[in-house]
Write a protein that binds this ligand. Structure first.
Ligand code: NAG
Ligand code: NAG
Ligand code: NAG
Ligand code: NAG
Length: 960
């Protein structure tokens, strides 16, 4: 069962119960003293941190929250203390919110005084946390109990067999938590299930998330419950189903064995249990997330089925024929199987079918016209994530009159290749609540008639090719909760009209290049959780309409033309805010206001005009994982307090920061990216970086005033993919142990890890490129240029075979180029200029197929410039100037017979640290012939292409 249907089920469950037990108080009934005292004793045993039971005072216990009395007798019949937490509904739960929630859970001890409530028939303690205590044995004495729910409430230990004495029990819920944020999953131990067989009135039992080592005993007990209607064994580690000679629970109407590892396939046909076919009253069957395939053919017999979920198995088209006579089927979830379009028409006689989910199957090509009659009956059609679907939208969408009746409520066609204009006909499906076409190829304009879809709740059109203006009729969709039209080609203005009646909106994502034009005193009718508008003109003032957005979680207003201070009131809006991205604007002033935004996980204020110091109170932001303040005018020292944060990403490059790197930063042991480049930091190169920050993937300290030798400790960071120390005053030699950087040498990709939209610039091929987010993970860079390094280029560098960019220019390096430099086969840019290197240029460089920039100028190289392959296309003389002893066609200086320049008198003996013979050189030469010549530029294109495929909008920007 997926997350949402789970929530739905819980809701249905809760609602149903509430209907049965509405709390009405008759003035003429009060509870007995006996019941009242028993409840107070029960309360005294509980831990109730947040006073949920504050109403439990006074004589009339029928007025206590969670207590329900019989209307006629006044006896307490029901205790409902389940906690209605919203944690289950959240994707990311900040620790603080979680801690706050946990406080609300009841815990402590359960007083046996409950036994004195002689008429208690209903007890619900679910979703609390009783810290692994056992379910009390005395529960077995609650003789009138018909309903017991202790799901997900932190009980542990052995389940008391005394529960088997509850001969009137009809509903027993012992399931584990769906989400383990509430603590450990079900911790029950089971010695035996035989007590279950004594629950002769049992109608429903939920043992989900039980880790069943041996299920035989359980099944035998269950087979003694002929009145059982509902059995839930979701997520119980089952690997087989049992074999019964006779099945007794044939009344079963709902059966859930989702999310186990059950196999009943051709490899193991003997375990297809015949009793399954005898469950002829089954209405609701969930076999999802197991290993079933077409070799099971029980469905034909299950003629009562209304809801069938077989998602996440290995069924093929023959499943469809075994379903073709299930006339009662209403809901069919086939997600994640191997179904094709061709045989779907076998569902043609299922006249009740209303929900059909076909995500992640083998649907290919255009939708067959023959399916129209099936589709016309549906209220939910999900074709998404079938990336090989192409052609026009299903005809019934474009042309609703092809259906007798328009029933469609939810349409999911995301991640397909439907290549069609957004049809006017869509607006005629007046029941539509969901249109989800994220990542498809829809084009054209959104028709004005869309305003007619008054039931629409979700309009998700991100990443299509839609254009034109956004019709203002969108503002009439008063039920809209989510509007995502980002990554399209829309133009024009979005005004107040576009939001006129959107008072239920929770998520708002607009497309690049739109202009948001609202009056300065406009307050939107909505309170949203997420705003994502990148490259939409919002400024110049900081949008005042955000002022009352008090439940914001994500605010992205990057490149929005805002020229203003960060307003003080933003900290009021940040109570739940986890993500704040105001990068690429013209924000001025300080950032102290952020210190109150305690739940922020990610801050990106890069590329603004912010000034002043980095406030040390930022350490209040205890959840902060990513801080990007790059490219502003911040000054002063880096505050020590940053070392208290759980940072993974810290980007402070391109500011005016001074002083030393605070040694407290060595506490940031999970730091993956540290960029302090282009500041005015002055410090000896800290050894603790290598000793403590061993998760670093990116380290940039370039263009500062760091001095001293490069410490060998740096080599301990084997995960380093990107090291830039250029433009400092480092001296000494290049450590040979750089070969330890396995990210640069082994082809192992580190990450992707968490990516919070940080942005790093690199300088490749003399063109500064800007990379966003995950793209960084593709790069392998070593830049030590503009320092005072001496000695030879260590041969060990040739082990960094994944390097794409190597810059050692503007140092005092001597000796010759390691002959095996040609091993760096991914190299795209090589700069060794402005050193004192000598000897010949190794022929192996000619085999660097991706090389598109090479600069060897201003050294003391001699002999012929190697030719052929890739080097042929790098025919720029300036790459070689300042080496008077070089010769070759390119620089129009002919070489004499022994290969040296005819200007030169002396043939340098070159490098002796490297004993490659000429044969080796020749091998390099021939290896490169063929692919070499043309691949270079293609390599560059390939990288761009790869980056674009990562799906981030701003792939890079060239800044001339
Ligand atoms: C209390 O009043 C309600 C409705 O007025 C009635 O149905 C019920 O029987 C009464 N109960 C007792 C205990 O008198
Ligand atoms: C249920 O079936 C089993 C055989 O699997 C049989 O031995 C047993 O008597 C039956 N129990 C009841 C309660 O019907
Ligand atoms: C299934 O039902 C058939 C006919 O009602 C019966 O003969 C058979 O024994 C049953 N199988 C099991 C395993 O209960
Ligand atoms: C649908 O029902 C008709 C009439 O009973 C029958 O002829 C046809 O074969 C059925 N189609 C399928 C796919 O089962």
């Amino acid at each position: 069962m997926n997350y949402h249907s789970f929530i739905l089920l819980i809701l249905v469950f809760v609602i149903n119960l509430e209907i049965c037990f509405t709390k009405t108080h008759y003035p003429n009934i009060t509870c007995s003293e006996n019941d009242q005292k028993a409840l107070i004793e029960f309360k005294n045993g509980l831990i109730d941190n947040t006073n949920r039971l504050s109403s439990w005072t006074g004589q009339d216990c029928c007025k206590y929250d969670g207590i329900y009395c019989d209307e006629k007798t006044g006896n307490v019949v029901k205790i409902d203390l389940h906690y209605n937490n919203y944690l289950l509904d959240a994707d990311i739960i900040p620790q603080k919110v979680l801690d706050n929630q946990v406080k609300n859970f009841l815990g402590g001890e359960l007083s046996p005084s409950l036994v004195r409530l002689k008429h208690l028939s209903y007890l619900d303690l679910s979703y609390n946390y009783f810290a692994s205590i056992q379910i009390p044995k005395f529960f077995g004495l609650l003789r009138n109990l018909r309903f017991l729910n202790v799901s997900c409430s932190g009980f542990g230990g052995y389940i008391p067999h005394s529960l088997g004495n509850l001969s009137r029990l009809e509903h027993l819920y012992l399931g584990g938590c769906y989400s383990n944020v509430l603590g450990p999953e079900n911790e029950f131990k089971v010695d035996s299930f035989s007590w279950i067989s004594r629950l002769s009135s049992l109608k429903s039992i939920d043992l989900s998330k039980f880790v069943l080592v041996d299920s035989k005993d359980l099944w035998n007990s269950i087979n003694m419950l002929p009145s059982l209607l509902s059995l839930n064994l979701e997520g119980c580690n089952l690997v087989t189903l049992p074999y019964f000679t006779q099945v007794n629970f044939t009344s079963l109407s709902s059966f859930n064995i989702r999310d186990n590892a059950i196999r009943m396939n051709s490899e193991n046909p003997s375990i297809v249990p015949p009793w399954f076919c005898n469950l002829t009253r089954l209405m609701n069957l969930d076999l999802g997330q197991n290993y079933f395939d077409d070799s099971i053919s029980v469905f034909e017999k299950l003629s009562s089925l209304r809801v069938l979920d077989v998602s996440g198995n290995g069924f093929g088209d023959s499943l469809l024929s075994s379903l073709s006579k299930l006339n009662n089927l209403v809901y069919l979830d086939l997600l994640g199987n191997d179904i094709h379009f061709t045989n779907l028409c076998l569902l043609g006689n299922l006249t009740s079918l209303s929900v059909l989910k076909l995500r992640y199957n083998e649907l290919k090509g255009p939708v067959p016209e023959a399916l129209t009659s099936i589709f016309c009956r549906l209220s939910v059609l999900d074709l998404s994530d079938n990336e090989k679907i192409s052609g026009l939208l299903p005809s019934f969408i474009r042309n609703p009159s092809s259906c007798i009746e328009n029933r469609l409520k939810e349409l999911y066609i995301g991640n397909t290749k439907f290549d069609d204009f957004f049809p006017e006909g869509m607006s005629m499906h007046e029941n539509l609540e969901v249109i989800d076409s994220t990542n498809s190829l829809l084009y054209g304009e959104i028709p004005n008639s869309i305003g007619r879809l008054s039931n629409l709740r979700f309009l998700r059109l991100a990443n299509n090719k839609l254009n034109g203006r956004i019709p203002s009729s969108i503002g009439q969709l008063s039920n809209l909760e989510e509007l995502d039209i980002s990554k399209n080609l829309f133009t024009g203005i979005v005004s107040e009209l576009h939001f006129a009646k959107l008072n239920k909106l929770k998520k708002l994502y607009l497309s690049e290049n739109l202009i948001l034009n609202v009056s300065s005193n406009w307050y939107p009718p909505f309170r949203v959780k997420e705003i994502g508008i990148t490259s939409v003109k919002v400024g110049p003032r900081f949008p005042q309409w955000l002022r009352k957005q008090s439940i914001l979680e994500i605010l992205i207003m990057s490149d929005a033309n805002i020229t203003d201070m960060i307003p003080n009131w933003l900290s009021n809006a940040t109570l739940f805010m986890t993500t704040l991205d105001l990068s690429v604007n013209k924000l001025v002033g300080g950032i102290g206001v952020l210190c109150d935004a305690q739940l922020l996980h990610s801050i990106d204020l890069s590329k603004n005009l912010l000034s002043g110091r980095i406030p040390s109170c930022l350490s209040n932001l205890e959840e902060l994982r990513s801080l990007n303040l790059a490219d502003n005018s911040l000054e002063g020292e880096i505050p020590c307090s940053l070392g208290d944060l759980p940072l993974s990403f810290l980007h402070l490059q391109k500011n005016n920061l001074q002083g030393k790197i605070p040694s407290s930063l060595q506490n940031l042991t999970s730091l993956q990216r540290l960029d302090l480049g282009e500041n005015k930091l002055k410090d000896v190169f800290p050894t603790w970086i290598g000793e403590k920050l061993q998760s670093l993937e990116l380290l940039r300290l370039n263009s500062n005033q760091f001095y001293g030798v490069i410490p060998l400790e740096l080599c301990q960071i084997s995960s380093l993919c990107w090291l830039n120390l250029a433009g400092n005053n480092l001296y000494g030699t290049i450590p040979r142990c750089f070969s330890n950087f396995s990210c640069m040498s082994s082809g192992v990709m580190y990450g992707p890890g968490e990516v919070f939209g940080q942005r790093v610039e690199s300088f490749m091929k003399g063109i500064p490129l800007e990379y966003v987010g995950e793209q960084i993970l593709l790069l392998r860079i070593l830049d030590l240029s503009e320092n005072e390094l001496v000695g030879r280029i260590p041969n060990e560098l040739t082990k960094l075979v994944d390097l794409q960019y190597l810059n050692l220019s503007r140092n005092n390096l001597n000796g010759s180029i390691p002959k095996k430099l040609g091993y760096l086969k991914h190299l795209e840019s090589l700069d060794l200029s402005h050193n004192k290197l000598s000897g010949s240029i190794p022929q192996s460089l000619a085999s660097l197929n991706y090389l598109s920039y090479m600069n060897l100028s201003y050294n003391d190289f001699s002999g012929p410039i190697p030719t052929g392959n890739q080097l042929q296309s790098l025919d720029d003389q300036s790459f070689y100037v300042g080496n008077p002893r070089l010769c070759g066609k390119l620089i129009k200086k002919s070489c004499n017979d022994n290969g040296s320049s005819n200007v030169s008198e002396q043939i340098p003996q070159g490098d002796h640290q490297d004993n490659d013979d000429d044969g080796d050189e020749r091998k390099w030469f021939y290896a490169g012939i063929g692919p070499g010549f043309c691949v270079g530029f293609l390599g560059f294109l390939f990288i761009l292409y790869e980056l674009r495929n990562r799906g981030v909008t701003r792939v890079f920007q060239c800044w001339a």
